[in-house]
Design a binder for this molecule. Structure first.
Ligand SMILES: [Fe+2]
Length: 356
């Protein structure tokens, strides 16, 4: 891992292009800071009111669908208000994440080290071991549907270091899961496709809830150009991220190759589309590059940052096919597990990939 990480620090995404399963012709450095980078302070990532889709009439739903799809088509990111999830749930989630990462001893955390279940590498990722190609200053913990008591008994001993975390984060997942179909239907409607084309695939679908703990960054590491999370694209259909409190999320605007700082208001979701979505929409909705940087204010670097994105997937056996009506397909149909693990073997090593 150390060799690949050392190479990754100076590499651009194109060094790993053979793993990509959708077109990504742009080039950016995986690590930041050493490479005089440009920021786009003018771009405004759109805020859309999901309440218009959830509670509006047919005209509201259509207007929201158009707005959201336009926002994502332009940059792959949007901010969602009006989603109806109680912000107090998020406040408690943040406190529990800090507690999980700072109170559970490392040896105990390592008993849950991530391993592949289906497509997804699920479990604990130590600091600097989120991926083989960059020493990210983050600890992570991924819980997929099978870790929760949603379709059968929870496998608590197998997945949870503190048993009471399962019912709490199950509530978080259930609150977020209710938005999966409305978001997908909005996008399909906005694209002029059958609004219900993914209803079956996304009912009780698989997801990855990723708990991220970015510890305070010592000034020596900050000066050495440390990054919190390298530039990457999400693999999924889309990601629902409760707006983090500490700044850091940056989105690459491919039209000018400048980074946009995304500071969504507390209580909002950040929504972004991933590789599955780019594939099935024939490149209409992009899988957009993003990363987590240190706060600009040095005083804030001494504070931890937490986030808990939910990545929405289809189950491993589903076929990812270009949706009808979006032009001549650029991509062959592919099984989700093959597509997913070919991409993520970039991070976890070539033997991570699963064949058809
Ligand atoms: Fe991401």
């Amino acid at each position: 891992m150390a060799d690949r990480q050392a190479a990754g620090i100076d590499a651009t995404n194109q060094a790993f292009a053979r793993y990509d399963q959708v077109n990504k012709p742009h080039e950016y450095h995986l690590a930041e800071a050493r490479h005089g980078e440009a920021f786009d302070d003018d771009y405004r990532i759109r805020t859309c009111d999901l309440g218009r889709f959830l509670r509006g009439d047919a005209a509201d739903r259509r207007a929201f669908a158009r707005e959201l799809t336009d926002a994502l088509r332009a940059i792959g990111f949007a901010v969602l208000e009006g989603h109806g999830v109680d912000e107090r749930l998020w406040t408690e989630a943040e406190a529990r994440i800090v507690d999980l990462f700072t109170q559970v001893p490392l040896a105990e955390k390592l008993r849950f080290r991530a391993r592949r279940h289906g497509s997804i590498n699920q479990g604990y990722f130590p600091i600097k071991e989120t991926s083989d190609i960059h020493p990210d200053l983050v600890e992570g913990w991924v819980f997929c549907r099978r870790a929760f008591e949603l379709d059968g008994p929870a496998r608590v001993a197998e997945f949870w270091p503190q048993p009471d975390l399962e019912p709490f984060f199950r509530r978080v997942c259930q609150a977020h899961e209710r938005l999966i179909l409305p978001v997908m239907r909005s996008l399909l409607l906005g694209l002029g496709c059958d609004e219900h084309a993914y209803d079956r695939r996304l009912t009780r679908t698989n997801f990855g809830l990723r708990l991220n703990y970015y510890p305070p960054v010592p000034s020596a590491e900050a000066e050495a150009g440390a990054g919190r999370l390298l530039g990457h694209e999400d693999v999924d259909l889309f990601t629902l991220l409760p707006a983090p409190r500490v700044e850091g999320l940056q989105v690459l605007n491919r039209t000018n190759m400048k980074w946009v700082r995304l500071n969504a208001p507390a209580g909002a979701f950040v929504l972004n589309t991933g590789d599955y979505m780019q594939r099935v929409t024939n490149d209409v909705l992009p899988s957009t590059t993003h990363r987590v940087s240190l706060p600009r204010d040095p005083a804030l670097r001494g504070a931890a940052r937490v986030s808990f994105p939910m990545a929405v997937y289809v189950w491993e056996d589903e076929l990812l096919e270009v949706l009808p009506g979006l032009g001549a397909p650029k991509y062959e149909p592919v099984k989700a597990v093959t597509f997913h693990t070919r991409i993520t073997s970039k991070y976890y090593g070539d033997d991570y990939a699963v064949g058809d």
